[in-house]
Design a protein around this ligand. Structure first.
Ligand SMILES: [Zn+2]
Length: 63
């Protein structure tokens, strides 16, 4: 399986409460609070993370 090159675009808090209640962090399974946007070849990928995992992604992404 080929891995798409993902570039961190932005990290935003959820704005809708229903969205917040129905999503879980794909990193650790906790309730997700952040929407992480990546840009790839011609597309934007959205992934949900909790505060902690979103912070780790932010810290480890190249500045
Ligand atoms: Zn998490």
């Amino acid at each position: 399986m080929r891995l798409l090159e993902k570039k961190l675009k932005s990290i935003e808090p959820f704005t809708s409460s229903s969205e917040k209640n129905s999503r879980f962090c794909i990193g650790c399974g906790e309730l997700a609070t952040k929407l992480v946007k990546y840009s790839t070849e011609g597309a934007v990928i959205l992934e949900k993370y909790c505060d902690k995992c979103a912070k780790e992604i932010e810290d480890s992404s190249p500045k």
